[in-house]
Design a protein around this ligand. Structure first.
Ligand code: MG
Length: 290
């Protein structure tokens, strides 16, 4: 099975940045990522504009996307109203999310784990297009600490999503744990993905470990966009171009044009007016010697 790289920059990335970009600029970002060959892009989230101003105008973003064949455009939804908006927008995929622990769901979504699971199930039942369920804090929780892999695997088994993504939301995982949990969830016989953060510099090693464990989907964010709300001084998502550089070097085909991706990060740097977290776009692609 081929690897699917999902760029979550336009959604998870920008949602966790202080700046708010206009919908037209966010649509342009999605189009640039598609042109660079990203097979999947998380473009928007359908949430209330007053709650998450960075994601305001989701419909406007979608309207500005020049849809390309063969590319999956996904959106995050938190409830049935969000799903109705996604359906009306015509996006290809639905992403739903819940935390692996009781306290994370309480603090993050004002719901118990059981309520969050039921909420996600309602959307999954209603969804008439491919679904991904992302389990946040699957390796560690800012409130409960280490998370029992057996609990995560059991939760994963309950979710009737087409695909399961395990998220190291606070960037505490190390490769052995990632590989082991991916292998465990892989036993459910549906595609498993990994969403890595580089908070403690283990994000890229973890992505490789996820692949070894059988993951077929990897999330990353252009330029490393997206901070970590629980550790505000550090980086969040792993950078897509850094991951592509690593994977291609390891002989894993991504289908992504690294030079084009680097250009996207440089463009984004201009848009945001500051240096991004990604390292490969700053170093540049290596000079190929004869
Ligand atoms: Mg993230």
């Amino acid at each position: 099975m081929t690897l699917i790289l999902c760029d979550v920059g336009p959604r998870d990335g920008l949602q966790n940045e202080p700046e708010t970009l206009a919908p037209s600029v966010r649509a342009e970002l999605v189009n640039k990522l598609a042109a660079a060959g990203l097979p999947r892009i998380e473009a928007v989230s359908f949430v209330r504009d007053d709650r998450v101003p960075q994601m305001a105008g989701a419909e406007e973003v979608v309207a500005g996307i020049d849809r390309r064949d063969g590319i999956q455009y996904a959106g995050l939804v938190l409830n049935e109203q969000g799903f109705e908006r996604l359906r009306a927008s015509g996006l290809d995929r639905v992403n739903v999310t819940l935390g692996a622990t009781e306290t994370f769901n309480q603090r993050n979504g004002n719901a118990s784990l059981a309520e969050a699971t039921a909420r996600v199930e309602r959307i999954l039942v209603e969804a008439d297009r491919p679904t991904t369920a992302t389990i946040s804090v699957a390796f560690g929780c800012p409130f409960e600490g280490q998370v029992d892999p057996a609990v995560v695997a059991e939760l994963a088994g309950k979710l009737r999503a087409d695909e399961l993504v395990l998220a190291d939301t606070i960037g505490v995982a190390t490769p052995l744990a990632v590989r082991s949990l991916v292998e465990r969830v892989n036993a459910l016989e549906k595609p498993v993905g990994f969403h890595g953060h580089n908070t403690r510099n283990t994000g890229y090693a973890n992505a490789l470990a996820a692949l070894e464990g059988g993951a077929t989907v990897l999330d990353a964010s252009i330029g490393g966009l997206g901070g970590c709300p629980y550790a505000p001084r550090v980086t969040g998502n792993i950078a897509t171009e850094d991951l592509v550089y690593l994977l291609e070097g390891e002989g894993v085909e991504t289908g992504v044009d690294l030079e084009a991706l680097i250009d996207v990060s440089r463009w984004l740097e201009g848009m945001l007016g500051r240096t991004l977290e990604g390292q490969v776009y700053r170093a540049g692609a290596p000079i190929v010697s004869a």
